[in-house]
Write a protein that binds this ligand. Structure first.
Ligand SMILES: Cc1cc2nc3c(=O)[nH]c(=O)nc-3n(C[C@H](O)[C@H](O)[C@H](O)COP(=O)(O)O)c2cc1C
Length: 183
């Protein structure tokens, strides 16, 4: 699949078929994550692949009932929990190298985009889920103190085709030479 086609065609999938995902397809998705860029190649991401229906149900309780992705946590055959090791990305000799501090959100974000695009290219659906009780998810999954849960995505064959929400025009976010209004 052409890259631009994948970038534009991928949609958040919130309804899934119960069909299982072949192990080799899951491995292809994980292999792609492995090749994501990261701060000084620190690769702070860690991935928990949840297939146990009991753990999926428990994890679903960490989402507010208003989260539109809630049912997909139960329907999809796999739920991927993307974690980041703290104090690794953006650090040099234990000191933050920039004012941004820990870059784990950035690196795991890139890994998630790799995951979502690869999944889409293989016919699978995803939806990035960020709105949930992270502490509760960490407890359920037994995540240690030096690691944090960042985001979740169901992974499976989408049952419906989503429509694309409107995007901003380029003129609204691409500026030239300086920020608009600055001399
Ligand atoms: C960081 C992040 C957090 C998100 N959290 C949620 C969420 O909690 N629930 C949900 O249904 N969608 C969530 N989304 C999906 C967005 O709503 C979706 O990507 C956006 O509306 C654009 O639609 P598209 O993915 O189909 O292009 C999240 C997306 C991102 C990038």
């Amino acid at each position: 699949m052409d890259l631009i086609e994948a970038i534009k065609g991928r949609r958040s999938a919130r309804k899934y078929k119960p069909d299982p995902v072949p192990e080799e397809t899951l491995q292809k998705v994980m292999e792609a994550v492995r090749w994501s860029p990261s701060w000084a190649n620190t690769q702070c991401w860690e991935v928990i692949v949840v297939k146990d229906p009991k753990i999926k149900s428990e994890l679903a309780t960490a989402l507010p009932k208003t989260n539109p992705a809630l049912s997909s946590m139960l329907d999809a055959p796999i739920v991927i929990v993307l974690c980041g090791k703290k104090g690794v990305s953006g650090f040099k000799k234990g000191e933050a190298a920039t004012v941004k501090g820990d870059w784990l959100m950035f690196d795991t974000g890139m890994a998630m985009q790799t995951l979502c695009l690869t999944a889409y290219s293989l016919g699978l659906g995803t939806v990035v889920v960020g709105m949930f009780d992270h502490k509760k998810a960490e407890e359920i999954l037994g995540v240690p103190q030096n690691v944090e849960v960042v985001a979740i995505t169901p992974l499976g064959y989408p049952a419906t085709e989503g429509t694309a929400p409107k995007r901003k025009e380029l003129s609204e976010f691409v500026f030239h030479d300086k920020y608009p209004g600055k001399e």
